[in-house]
Ligand binder design. Structure first.
Ligand SMILES: Nc1nc2c(c(=O)[nH]1)N[C@H]1C(S)=C(S)[C@@H](COP(=O)(O)OP(=O)(O)OC[C@H]3O[C@@H](n4cnc5c(=O)[nH]c(N)nc54)[C@H](O)[C@@H]3O)O[C@H]1N2
Ligand SMILES: Nc1nc2c(c(=O)[nH]1)N[C@H]1C(S)=C(S)[C@@H](COP(=O)(O)OP(=O)(O)OC[C@H]3O[C@@H](n4cnc5c(=O)[nH]c(N)nc54)[C@H](O)[C@@H]3O)O[C@H]1N2
Ligand code: SF4
Ligand SMILES: [Mo]
Length: 715
């Protein structure tokens, strides 16, 4: 009888941003199960249901494990060589006939958790000479990056709340008890928030929905998209009552007079209509915030996806500066990557903003990418630079980008469409080829994108815990092979590097670690190297707290001061409220994240779908009564751009006038059978890809606060 080889291997989860430690049990080369890692120094035995259920994805019989080629309306398996040869040949022809810009790439959210995927993708774009990169960022966080660019002169410096030391956390549009924290990496974030209250501090949650986080702490309901007015009114009160930290402002910032003037126009009594927040409440909150011994103002998708996302993010940080809470213990602080990435990005011109303009709509690039909402029109609008070929890796833009219907039609018209994914999803089902990617459990990694966002500075390297199943390959290998088949070489991205071919990712990582701010400088001092990280499989805490007093090294403006009067922001503030409300659409649609979903991609897990989960629209009982909508009955939601039908779930957790619907449901036609059976509707049939509807400064999709009406569904 054969004995089974069973092994336990420490790794970390790469589904969402806390990156919790996991232990994988591997039996004969297959993943048997995942459990939380009790020895992980930050997550200390915590993992959420999604992390554990990654085992379902790993072992999913619906996973794509061989290259698939379109065959009529279906797919047939082909060998890697057949797939790559054909893709290379077609790509070469398209490049010859139409040039680099006719080739586009959409890079989805899970790609951001891989240390090698984004780098090779940049190498690909550089090699073929195309500016047409699109990412999930324009549906997620680009407004935050642009705000940082305007404030600090650097797109990639995003302040994080100093959770361990703050006495007052003001959360504007985030639900960390469900999302587990975003644009911040803080394992066990629930415990961290509770600890604030336990030591006598406060957590106040500004949200149109009484979210899980709002319920656990203090809730301040706001009208969807009312945040700009609310934040301006908070600043108004602080300035009017002389509660600003004048000394800190003097030393840290410039342009405060313009900010003061902007806020002066928005007393809380005047903004009540926009925010739904009583003026007295705003005044009290402003005083409490200014009086707190330390405070951090923090926002996430609820503050990024409205009509004025960049302005709102700017104002969040402005509040931190004005109350003297930027770059100090317990305030909003700047982490730094042990890879020295911030400096590298600046030096090599990788963190660009507005260096190029999109062909359609003339939007500035953000970190070298254009608004994904424009993809469909870039494919269908005639003229030079029209997209003829698209690659989609780790994404499902038909479900995640505005106007999924328009995108479905456009993607079907391409000369070449290649998807790199774990599944055939609603997007990749339209492709000529679906190429099988490894899961994160099948690749080595380091959390490059999160290293500067840990509230406790931390780094972890993991090996792959299982070898790739079937014929799955890592994205960098796939991209490398495609570039070479197209007759080019993948170059190190960046403007000032000349043409350096990319070495293997582990080699690059080791270099960056060793030459980075905590590196061993190849033995010149005690410090980090890949070898050192390999010896610490549960990860390494690098410091107890994020360093403060670093602002002058963070800010890239010549005078090293935070800029509170960027002309882009003043212009945006002047545009506030320009759009008249159409009485035909009296309600506002917002998003919602669920504990057992991850955007569109974990609905095929039996464990997560247990209990007959369904997709619903949460409607306030009074709004339902007014529009004749009944609990549990199908209701029709109509926006100026489309309509969907979903069962209504009546609940007073949403404020009056607000309807909340999760995104990422309504799968059909893909290869994930459980997901297809789950039903629901694609909420992004209600959102708009019209360039006029995108946020001006960052080209962000408008996904929260979308005007809608509801009525009972016919029949
Ligand atoms: N379980 C789970 N976790 C996830 C994900 C998931 O799908 N499921 N997705 C991951 C991803 S990709 C991301 S980007 C993060 C996002 O992380 P978060 O932003 O923390 O997640 P959300 O739950 O979307 O929280 C946004 C909150 O903003 C509120 N909101 C909506 N509109 C407005 C508004 O106009 N103003 C204000 N003030 N609030 C508003 C919503 O009601 C919601 O409670 O979560 C990550 N984590
Ligand atoms: N209306 C509305 N729309 C939204 C949002 C919202 O709040 N409201 N949120 C937005 C946000 S914040 C985000 S991040 C986007 C997400 O949007 P996307 O990134 O476009 O889509 P996901 O649903 O995350 O799908 C990810 C795909 O990657 C695949 N995948 C998973 N792991 C890997 C891997 O390691 N390699 C490869 N190659 N593939 C992998 C999955 O199978 C899945 O098909 O949605 C956005 N869309
Ligand atoms: S919270 Fe996020 S990182 Fe942690 S186990 Fe869950 S999905 Fe993974
Ligand atoms: Mo996201």
């Amino acid at each position: 009888m054969r004995t089974m080889a069973t092994e336990e291997r420490a790794t970390y989860c790469r589904i969402c941003e806390p990156l919790c430690g996991l232990v994988a049990t591997v039996e004969d080369g297959r993943l048997a199960r995942l459990r939380p890692d009790g020895e992980h120094p930050l997550s200390r035995g915590f993992a959420c249901p999604k992390g554990i259920a990654m085992a379902d994805v790993q072992n999913d019989p619906d996973r794509v494990l061989r290259p698939l080629r379109r065959h009529g309306t279906d797919f047939e398996p082909v060998s890697w060589d057949e797939a790559l040869d054909d893709i290379g040949r077609r790509l070469r022809r398209i490049l010859r006939d139409h040039g680099g810009p006719s080739v586009g790439w959409y890079f989805g959210n899970p790609g951001a958790f891989s240390y090698s995927h984004a780098l090779w993708l940049q190498g690909f774009m550089t090699a073929i000479g195309s500016p047409n990169l699109f990412t999930a960022g324009s549906q997620d966080i680009n407004s935050r990056f642009v705000a940082s660019r305007l404030l600090y002169g650097s797109l990639t410096r995003v302040p994080i709340p100093d959770l361990a030391r703050t006495e007052f956390l003001l959360v504007v549009g985030a639900n960390p008890l469900v999302s587990h924290g975003s644009a911040v990496s803080a394992p066990r974030i629930r415990d961290q928030l509770r600890a604030i209250v336990r030591r006598g501090g406060r957590v106040v949650v500004v949200d149109p929905r009484r979210s899980e986080t709002a319920r656990a702490f203090e809730h301040l309901p706001v009208r969807p998209d009312g945040d700009a007015w609310l934040l301006l009114s908070l600043l108004h009160v602080i300035f009017e009552e002389g509660r600003e930290d004048a000394a800190t402002l003097q030393s840290q910032a410039r342009g405060v007079e313009a900010l003061r003037a902007m806020a002066a126009a928005h007393p809380p009594e005047k903004t009540e209509d926009r925010t739904g927040v009583p003026a007295d409440t705003v005044r009290t909150l402003a005083r409490d915030l200014a009086a707190a011994s330390s405070a951090a103002v923090y926002g996430r998708t609820g503050s990024c996806l409205g009509r004025h996302g960049t302005l709102v993010n700017f104002l969040l940080d402005a509040l931190n500066v004005v109350t003297g809470n930027l770059d100090r213990p317990g305030g909003a602080v700047f982490g730094s990557s042990p890879l020295g990435l911030e400096r590298l990005a600046d030096r090599f011109g990788l963190a660009s903003y507005g260096r190029r303009r999109s062909r359609v709509g003339g939007f500035p690039d953000v970190l070298g990418s254009f608004p994904a909402a424009l993809m469909a029109k870039e494919i269908t609008t005639p003229g030079r630079g029209r997209l003829r070929a698209m690659f989609v890796s780790a994404g499902n833009p038909v479900m995640s980008v505005p106007d999924g219907g328009e995108l479905t039609a456009a993607l079907s018209r391409l000369d070449l469409f290649v998807a790199i994914d774990l599944y055939v999803n609603d997007t990749s089902r339209l492709a000529d080829y679906v190429l099988p990617a490894t899961t994160f459990l099948e690749r080595e990694d380091v959390p490059v994108a999160s290293l500067g966002l840990f509230t406790t500075p931390f780094v972890q390297f993991t090996e792959a815990v299982v070898a790739p199943y079937g014929e799955a390959r890592q994205e960098w290998q796939i991209i490398d092979a495609i570039v070479r088949r197209a007759g080019r070489l993948p170059f190190v991205p960046g403007r000032r590097l000349g043409r350096l071919p990319l070495p293997a990712p582990e080699r690059l990582l080791d270099l960056a670690l060793r030459l980075g701010p905590r590196g061993d400088l190849f033995g010149l001092r005690h410090g980090l190297s890949l070898r050192a990280l390999r010896r610490r499989p549960h990860g390494v805490i690098l410091a107890e707290h994020v360093r403060t007093g670093v602002l002058r090294t963070v800010v890239r403006h010549r005078d090293r001061r935070v800029r509170l009067d960027p002309p882009e922001i003043l212009a945006e503030a002047a545009r506030l409220g320009e759009r008249a409300d159409d009485p035909a659409y009296p309600l506002r649609l917002i998003g919602l994240r669920e504990l057992r979903s991850q955007n569109s991609w974990m609905h095929n897990s039996a464990t997560l779908m247990r209990g007959g989960r369904t997709h619903t629209a949460r409607v306030h009982p009074a709004d339902a009564a007014e529009h004749g909508v009944e609990d549990g009955r199908p209701c029709r939601i109509t926006s100026p751009y489309g309509a969907i039908e979903l069962p209504a779930e009546l609940t007073a957790e949403v404020t009056r006038g607000t309807v909340a619907v999760p995104h990422g449901w309504g799968h059909h036609g893909g290869g994930w059978r459980t997901a297809n059976r789950a039903g629901g509707a694609n909420v992004n049939l209600l959102t708009s890809s019209d360039p006029d509807q995108l946020e001006t400064l960052a080209g962000m999709a408008h996904l929260n606060g979308v005007p809608i009406r509801i009525e009972p569904a016919a029949g």
